[in-house]
Design a protein around this ligand. Structure first.
Ligand SMILES: Cc1ncc(COP(=O)(O)O)c(C=O)c1O
Length: 399
């Protein structure tokens, strides 16, 4: 048995069986390329599920975390953390007036947002009955009980009830549903500016503006889950910038640390004041190590012009996928996305295609059952995009 086979066998015995994992063990990466333990090369259009925005093996990130680890990995939130303050400043300067709380993942950031919204309505505003959350069908917000409770897909929720509530799910992109269901009894609305895990659905023009208007009218806290759309993924630093609306609360994770685990919740002054000393916390949240990585990512995004590169590469990829979808009908139904969050829509289950692509050295992933997601590093080149599209088209034309 090769080392990789032995590892996979041991993994099957020793790890809980909660992931659907390919029998591959990744060993190292450089830019948009990964190598497994057998030395096979893969062109990586997943970036660790929309995480490694700078690609793999970025020397500056490696240097920064190495230096920081030598100086101080962790000191706790009993004391101020310099990098945390600098990171909060950087995130606010990106165009959101407010304050930051740091944690370790997207689900945890959403938990913080839900707790903040409830405390704001019930305690700060003294409206004890105002506890209902409005969320969207087909959404994804994470796997903890709170974030799962606002996730509008049965496949993630089944078997875990009773969940946190009350939560009302309404259709994504339907303005009348917003007007009918967001009322002066709603605590908060949580929404992804682009539904990612659900299958890469963009909101219709003006929908998020209507949602913003309705939340303001009714005193409802508007939470944008930017865990996947944030940190440049859709071509602007925050996904909301494209829509001309500003939410009350934003959650971030994934790309924020370039692969080092870190999440954040940002809240405007008004809503943010609901957290007082002792009301919320996280042992590891915003520690010197994770925030050093995130600060490096912030600096690299500007120095390398990654927002502009994302817009250009995203348009190139989107066009290439649209043309391929035309050529490969009826197996494909089209392409959609924004920036470097793009999907090729198939006429059936995308899993066999994704598996066949991996066999040919291309890593992509499935969202929404029939959509192939492309979420590469923001440094992806046109040559690499061409290679990815070529491999995928080969799979589609053979299979
Ligand atoms: C929009 C969105 N929110 C939340 C999450 C959960 O993030 P995490 O896995 O870091 O808890 C994800 C993960 O895919 C996501 O896409």
């Amino acid at each position: 048995m090769s080392d990789a086979d032995a590892l996979v066998t041991a993994g099957k015995q020793l790890l809980l069986n909660n992931y659907r994992q390919a029998p591959v063990v990744m060993s190292r990466g450089e830019g948009c390329v990964l190598w497994d333990t057998t030395g096979r090369r893969y062109l990586d259009m997943t970036a660790g599920v929309a995480v490694c925005v700078l690609g793999h093996g970025d020397p500056g990130l490696a240097h920064t975390v190495g230096e920081q680890a030598r100086r101080l990995v962790h000191s706790s939130n009993l004391y101020y953390v310099e990098n945390q303050i600098r990171l909060a400043d950087a995130l606010v300067r990106r165009g959101f007036a407010g304050r930051a709380f740091f944690c370790n993942s997207g689900a945890e950031a959403n938990e913080a947002a839900l707790k903040l919204a409830r405390r704001y309505q019930v305690t700060t505003q003294n409206r004890p009955a105002r506890i209902e959350i409005v969320a969207f069908e087909n959404s994804f917000h994470g796997r903890t009980i709170g974030s799962l409770s606002v996730t509008g897909q049965a496949k993630y929720r089944d078997g875990f009830g009773p969940l946190f509530g009350p939560v009302k799910f309404i259709p994504f992109g339907v303005a009348e549903a917003v007007r009918a269901n967001v009322t002066d009894k709603t605590c908060a609305v949580i929404i992804e500016p682009v539904q990612a895990e659900g299958g890469i659905f963009l909101p219709p023009p003006g929908f998020l503006q209507e949602l913003r208007r309705r939340c303001s009218e009714t005193g409802t806290v508007l939470i944008f889950d930017e865990v996947q759309t944030g940190v440049g993924r859709t071509g602007t630093f925050y996904g909301f910038e494209k829509e001309g609306v500003v939410p009350d609360v934003i959650t971030l994770a994934k790309g924020l640390g370039g692969g080092v685990p870190i999440g954040a919740m940002l809240a405007n002054e008004e809503v943010g004041r609901a957290f007082e000393p002792g009301t919320h916390g996280s042992t590891f949240g915003g520690n010197p190590f994770a925030t050093a990585a995130a600060l490096y990512v912030q600096e690299a995004i500007d120095r390398m012009g990654l927002l502009e590169r994302c817009r250009e590469a995203g348009a190139y990829l989107g066009n290439a996928l649209t043309r391929m979808a035309e050529r490969r009908r009826p197996r494909t139904r089209g392409a959609r996305g924004r920036g470097l969050l793009q999907g090729l829509v198939l006429d059936g289950d995308a899993t066999p295609v994704v598996n066949a692509a991996r066999e040919r050295g291309l890593l992509v992933s499935v969202v929404g059952g029939n959509v192939i997601r492309f979420a590469p590093a923001l440094i992806i080149s046109k040559t690499e995009i061409d290679e990815a599209v070529h491999i995928l088209e080969g799979v589609l034309s053979d299979g």
